[in-house]
Design a protein around this ligand. Structure first.
Ligand SMILES: [Zn+2]
Length: 322
């Protein structure tokens, strides 16, 4: 039975969690770990619907009342929580033994569980150990190591994976989302996404897309200025002095991704690229410096990000890169 048909990618989760739900052998607690935008909420929502749907042909059927409510986040028995402090967790625990309003199970989904402090995690621990019969927990987090070992050991850890560029491209094009974006622009956004479909969908609005592409162009110009220093480079860097601290850091982070591409190309001309859509453009820029110089630029850019984050002058940090 295909439980996660509408989940993009993430074959490992489709297989493991899918077969546990299909055979009604699911656990009471799961930790779903993955980068932002890689489908953690979708997995939890689909799992909740699959657990509660009474569909005959397939679950979740997507058509019954239960499915419709759960999949649109309108079901009283499937709750999302942002609970990072002990008092918040205690309040939630008080509701665990209340009878469910409309479904056979109650599903408690904790967002950003990596932000839960130690006391909050300890408060949840007993419930994870001995949950009421009809309760299933999902702790969604970007880093399972931020959770206590005692919490991790009481749940099964599932990991959502970044998607490859082609899968994201095909999904966005076939879904009709952002149809006004040209293929070229969509690809530029995907290149910045690190495999996060959520990021691409966020950025696909015309306004966000333009801001993102501007940011990318700025990173490219900055890296070009660094690799061919001279009066022109200096004047471009001067023009960046009006950027906010946040924009400067984001630009430098893009420069890091770009330099990473140039460095891997030195070792393997066919390597996968994260910043560049055009291999020729990347190769041409990569030829402007040897590996040692690129690596030292990479280190200097990392230092510059730390400096800007710790309140150093944006302008003097940028000039120090030259
Ligand atoms: Zn259903």
């Amino acid at each position: 039975m295909e439980i996660f048909g509408s989940l993009i990618g993430n074959e490992n989760i489709k297989r493991s969690l899918g077969s546990e739900i299909a055979s009604s052998k699911f656990l009471h607690a799961y930790i779903i770990e993955g980068k932002k935008g890689t489908g953690k909420h979708t997995v939890a929502r689909l799992a909740a619907a699959a657990i509660m749907c009474h569909g005959k042909e397939k679950v979740p059927c997507g058509e019954c009342d239960t499915c419709r409510k759960i999949l649109s986040d309108n079901c009283a028995d499937v709750k999302f929580f942002d609970a990072f402090k002990v008092d918040e967790v205690r309040k939630i625990k008080e509701t665990l033994y209340e009878t469910s309003t409309e479904c056979d199970y109650k599903v408690y989904i904790f967002n950003d569980a990596q932000k839960m402090n130690v006391k909050a995690q300890n408060a949840l621990l007993i419930s994870l150990e001995e949950p009421p019969e009809n309760v299933v927990f999902f702790l969604l987090c970007t880093d399972a190591n931020a959770l206590l070992e005692t919490v991790r050991s009481r749940a099964q850890i599932l990991r959502t994976e970044p998607l490859d560029k082609k899968t994201i491209f095909e999904y966005v094009r076939s879904s009709g989302i952002a149809s006004e974006l040209s293929d070229e622009r969509l690809n530029e956004i995907i290149l910045c996404s690190g495999g996060s479909l959520g990021y691409v969908l966020d950025m696909a609005s015309p306004q966000n897309a333009n801001a993102l592409i501007e940011k990318r162009q700025r990173a490219l110009k900055l890296a070009t200025a660094l690799l061919s220093p001279g009066a022109e480079g200096y004047s471009f860097i001067s023009s960046l002095s009006s950027l906010s601290r946040e924009d400067t850091v984001e630009t430098l982070l893009s420069v890091l991704t770009l330099l990473r591409d140039l460095i891997v190309l030195k070792k393997d001309r066919g390597a996968n690229l994260c910043f560049f859509a055009s291999r020729d453009e990347a190769l041409s820029l990569s030829s402007k410096a040897n590996l040692k110089k690129l690596t030292s630029f990479y280190d200097a850019t990392e230092r510059a990000i730390n400096d800007v984050n710790s309140n150093a002058s944006v302008m003097s940090t940028l000039v120090s890169l030259l």
